[in-house]
Ligand binder design. Structure first.
Ligand code: DP6
Length: 383
């Protein structure tokens, strides 16, 4: 049976503008995330073709400040947006169309003037998904404003609603609003899972994975010849679609067992299988395309050699690009850093590597009386 979207409920409960709105400001930090089982392909309204699992990063963050006030009748621009202190027309355009697309869930937005300022802690084209942290951040800020306008109570569904709204901006963004690991996509065996928002998996995570490291090798910052949205589209009608969806579903269940049991060796095999399958889907589409560069392949083979000779369960994952994420246990950090410096940095542009790790999720800045419900990642999902 098809799952019902909570969208209708959100429309029913949507907050219209209260009689008087006092201007205010909300601020959030929201992390990016790295997928272990990859979301690749979607239906209408950002419903994924297959479930995915990721963890959020600790240091790769979007910071957002959203000021709001009643929009004057003779309004000029309703929304202003600064990215790193500058006007960026392309980002503003995407934000405007996003705000319009979620208007039915947040009708109060129509009567507000928003002043959005946003910046990232990581460089553009670093192989870190800025749309994930960016849409996660704006969704959290908007739900926060909605809660304030409705009388400052923080409903229990604050984070799942932010996840729902973030998904409409960018699919992978729905996994950025919780701490640690999260699951997006309906999986029958996972009670509470949904195609419409992500759910946190934190209670299931073995200590081996709670502080897993992710070092991101910047192999290429060149813009991609084929965008992710085209890649997603090409999965509809892909000759291996059914096989891929079934494989992802199996990998989800296996990965959940692995992250519960702490088996880092099986983790490495599964995560690499997902990364290579993602790129295999790109190569075997019609027309096929290749996003990996020579450096990507060279790094991958050196990682595999290293794993063989050391038995350290270092593994790689890739997003839709050439950069390589190295994933490894915290206690192997010194050895891996040395391996990166000795063998891998030469394949990176300007020797650039970003060292990150599993993070605790979004943070509301300078909250007064932070309530329990405002702490991300606490909701449970059971199996
Ligand atoms: C390869 O979330 O960027 O990173 O929904 O069109 O915005 P849109 O796509 P996006 O796709 C991310 C794909 C991926 C895998 C993943 O993060 O699961």
């Amino acid at each position: 049976m098809n799952e019902f979207s909570p969208g209708k409920k959100y429309i029913r409960e949507a907050q219209h503008l209260p009689p008087s709105v006092h201007p205010g400001v909300v601020q959030w930090n929201c992390p990016s995330n790295i997928a272990l089982v990859k979301y690749w392909g979607k239906k209408e309204e950002q419903v994924p073709l297959n479930p995915s699992i990721s963890f959020v990063l600790r240091r790769s963050i979007t910071h957002i400040t959203v000021g709001y006030e009643p929009a004057a009748e003779h309004k000029t621009a309703k929304t202003t947006l600064l990215f790193n202190g500058r006007e960026e027309p392309e980002i503003k355009k995407r934000m405007d169309s996003y705000l319009e697309s979620i208007g039915k869930y947040m009708p109060f937005l129509e009567h507000l003037r928003l002043k959005i300022e946003t910046s990232n802690t990581f460089p553009h084209a670093a192989g870190i998904a800025s749309s994930a942290s960016g849409f996660g951040a704006i969704a959290l800020a908007l739900v926060d404003i909605e809660n304030r306008l409705s009388g400052n109570t923080i409903p229990e569904n604050t984070f799942s609603k932010a996840s729902f709204l973030a998904r409409l901006g960018s699919g992978s963004a729905c996994r950025s609003v919780y701490g640690g690991f999260s699951l997006w996509g309906k999986v029958t065996q996972m009670k509470g899972s949904s195609d419409f928002y992500a759910v946190p998996l934190n209670d299931l995570i073995h200590k081996n994975f709670q502080h897993y490291r992710d070092s991101i090798l910047l192999v290429s910052s060149a813009s991609k010849p084929v965008s992710s949205s085209t890649g997603h589209q090409m999965m509809n009608g892909h000759p291996f679609l059914e096989t891929r969806v079934n494989q992802a579903k199996k990998n989800i269940l296996n990965l959940i067992d692995i992250i519960k049991s702490g088996d880092t060796g099986s983790f490495a095999r599964l995560v690499e299988n997902e990364a290579l399958t993602l790129h295999a889907m790109m190569m075997s589409g019609n027309p096929g395309y290749i996003l990996m560069k020579e450096g990507t392949i060279e790094v991958i083979s050196r990682i595999r050699d290293f794993r063989k000779r050391t038995t350290i369960p270092l593994c790689f994952t890739l997003d839709a690009g050439a950069n390589v994420h190295l994933l490894y246990p915290e206690e192997t950090e010194t050895m891996i850093r040395k391996f990166v410096d000795d063998e891998l940095v030469y394949f990176c542009e300007e020797n650039k590597v970003i060292h990150d790790e599993v993070g605790e999720g979004p943070v509301k800045i300078e909250p007064v009386n932070l309530s329990d419900n405002e702490t991300a990642g606490r909701r449970k999902v059971s199996i």
